[in-house]
Design a protein around this ligand. Structure first.
Ligand SMILES: Cc1cc2nc3c(=O)[nH]c(=O)nc-3n(C[C@H](O)[C@H](O)[C@H](O)COP(=O)(O)OP(=O)(O)OC[C@H]3O[C@@H](n4cnc5c(N)ncnc54)[C@H](O)[C@@H]3O)c2cc1C
Length: 343
């Protein structure tokens, strides 16, 4: 088993799943994330300055929900359910087809987090920090460069590590990694954007549903009823803008809000306008394909310059992603591999 310190870049669910396994194996870990909070795309925030009674209420504006198929992930989900962080949400969403509701699509159970999906990543961080001497969280700290110098991985020209776990989307990793650390089959994966728009209404005045898959609409692909998701029945909806439309508005995501509102009102036949709406841009929302392998580990076997050094890659572009479950499985598998722990 290796116990040398590991740098984990990325405090999303893959980075934290990796960290948990490393810490469990007795490895010292430093986690760096450029965000103000951990969570990455499992993003939730409190509503503020909405001019409504819902200020202070949490809304999920990144991932909407998750599914759980793998036995290991199901065991993790069960732990979250036992501690009240996760609940079953629904196995049925409405489907809207081109110009009308066309029915309901049954699927696997979708899980929700009443406190917001971010709480699950924070819970993994708490788990890892049970041994505070083993783990340090540094955020917001953006890693700017990972170079290979004097037989070490030199981070931002200052800190040296032998091992790094890069748990970010491939394009974000590509921007900071030295040329000999680039892995073409990761970098070749294309990512699509989404703009999420959340809206607070005066009252619930739409059909009884948990969410709607929107097919054949140029503006939206999905609407979640966040009141149903959260379980408080607040009149809050979250709409996802179609990637082909989002890509035109990445410089000014707020500009898409009026169109998103019009599309939500049209699809759900809502007479009212929302009292408040806000947008968030996810330039790299989802990889459009994912590698089947759970992670990639670059060593001197791939690149002679790396003698004694290891750089691992994990996230939702692995483990047949792109989903929360895949990101967790990927990060966990990389953590186990770096720690030399048996599965
Ligand atoms: C709008 C939207 C809807 C989605 N819906 C669903 C869904 O319904 N179900 C589902 O299963 N999945 C969904 N997903 C996908 C899901 O959110 C991801 O699969 C999962 O959260 C990926 O986790 P991750 O740890 O791999 O990456 P991320 O969560 O992206 O974490 C990467 C972290 O790396 C950090 N970072 C990046 N570069 C640097 C750097 N240079 N230095 C330091 N830190 C850095 C980022 O700040 C980020 O916190 C959705 C995603 C989006 C955006």
């Amino acid at each position: 088993m290796s116990t040398e310190p590991v740098l984990v870049v990325g405090g999303g669910i893959s980075g934290l799943a990796c960290t948990v396994e490393l810490v469990r194996a007795g490895v010292q870990v430093q986690v760096r994330d450029r965000g103000r909070r951990l969570g990455g795309r499992m993003a939730s925030r409190r509503l503020r300055d909405t001019g409504t009674q819902w200020d202070g209420r949490v809304v999920d504006y990144g991932a909407s929900y998750f599914t759980a198929k793998d036995p290991q992930f199901r065991a993790q989900v069960q732990r979250w359910m036992d501690s009240g962080l996760v609940q079953e949400w629904t196995d049925a969403f409405a489907v809207w087809e081109t110009d009308a509701m066309s029915g309901v699509r049954q699927g696997p159970m979708r899980y929700r987090a009443p406190g917001g999906l971010r709480t699950l990543v924070e819970d993994l961080a708490t788990d890892a920090a049970a041994d505070p001497d083993r783990v340090a969280f540094e955020f917001p700290v953006e890693v700017q460069s990972v170079a290979v110098q004097d037989g070490q991985l030199l981070i931002d020209g200052v800190d040296a590590f032998q091992t790094a776990a890069i748990c970010t989307p491939g394009p974000q990793a590509g921007r900071v990694l030295a040329p000999q650390l680039q892995v073409p089959r990761i970098q070749d994966i294309a990512w699509e954007p989404v703009i999420a728009v959340w809206m607070v209404f005066e009252q619930r005045a739409w059909p009884d549903l948990d969410g709607v898959f929107v097919n054949g609409d140029p503006i939206l692909t999905w609407i979640a009823d966040d009141g149903r998701r959260r379980g408080d029945d607040a009149p809050v909806l979250v709409a996802h803008v179609h990637p082909l439309h989002a890509v035109r508005h990445l410089q000014d995501p707020q500009a898409v809000v009026p169109e998103a509102i019009a599309a939500v009102r049209r699809i759900l036949q809502i007479a009212d306008y929302p009292d408040y709406a806000q947008a968030h841009r996810w330039s790299l929302a989802r990889p459009i394909s994912a590698l089947a392998e759970p992670f990639v580990l670059l060593t001197e076997a791939d690149q002679p310059d790396l003698a004694g050094l290891r750089v691992g890659f994990a996230g939702d572009a692995f483990a047949a992603g792109p989903r929360i479950e895949a990101a967790w499985l990927s990060g966990r598998a990389l953590g186990l591999a770096l720690a030399g722990s048996a599965e």
